[in-house]
Design a protein around this ligand. Structure first.
Ligand code: COA
Length: 218
């Protein structure tokens, strides 16, 4: 039986998405590569203070799990999940340089056709529209070639930047998950946001963002 549920193909994978122009530069999404190790690690080690409060708690320390040597394992597990149709993991590039990641995970098909989406953007490219553009590209892809119907994003109520990204993209708040996720060393409440395919039609999210002036087609 195919895990993708469509005879062995995994809808929406592999894919390259974009580009879209925003204030920070030209945003594009592509599958992670083994050679991303040093750029990925450099950004993650440099941006520890900015990232750590929003990321799941781990047993290894920050340096250990974000060193260049940690990337091959992460890359290969993302690749395996994508090949099984369980995730759509993208690297975000700005002007061709790695500037973050956006991952669609826990893909469930059948009559649910749902997944979560999560993202980070390097601090030196932040506040320039990158995450919003990446999210719009991913949403349109998931509801198009990806064959999904619903996307969910959970965010700590304190994470004002991520809340703003979800608001700009038009995600709808559904409620509060109490002590939902082990983040930065404790069980943290998360607000749940979602979007269904109908909410992006007929024009799609990218066109909507462009019409609202948040992005320009390249
Ligand atoms: C959340 C994150 C991905 C946003 O990336 P980004 O590329 O800066 O996002 P955008 O530029 O598209 O939009 C960010 C918006 O938040 C606003 N913002 C940023 N920091 C803010 C803060 N501390 N308080 C209030 N608003 C803030 C920006 O001004 C912008 O809004 P605007 O366009 O109205 O000016 C990035 O901050 C990040 O990686 N943070 C750490 C990891 C993380 O939080 N991931 C998400 C977990 S749910």
């Amino acid at each position: 039986m195919s895990l993708a549920g469509d005879g062995g193909r995994h809808p929406g994978w592999p894919a390259r998405l974009g580009p879209l122009r925003v204030d920070a530069g030209l945003v594009a999404l592509r599958p992670p590569k083994l050679f991303d190790a040093s750029a990925w690690s450099r950004a993650r080690l440099r941006d520890r203070a900015y990232l750590e409060d929003w990321e799941p708690t781990a047993t290894e320390g920050w340096h250990e799990r974000n060193a260049p040597m940690a990337w091959p394992q992460q890359w290969s597990s993302l690749r395996a999940l994508a090949r099984r149709g369980q995730a759509l993991p993208f690297v975000i590039t700005v002007d061709g340089v790695l500037a973050g990641q956006i991952t669609v995970g826990n893909i469930v098909r059948g009559s649910l056709r749902s997944a979560w989406v999560g993202y980070w953007v390097a601090a030196d490219r932040a506040r320039g529209g990158v995450a919003t553009a990446a999210l719009a590209l991913v949403v349109d892809h998931c509801f198009g070639d990806g064959g999904l119907h619903r996307l969910e994003a959970t965010v700590r109520p304190e994470n004002r930047a991520s809340l703003r990204v979800l608001a700009k993209a038009g995600f709808r708040e559904e409620g509060l998950f109490v002590r939902y996720l082990d983040v930065a060393g404790d069980w943290r409440d998360h607000l749940c946001f979602a979007m269904t395919a109908e909410e992006t039609s007929p024009e799609g999210l990218v066109r909507r963002l462009v019409a609202q002036g948040y992005a320009r087609t390249a």
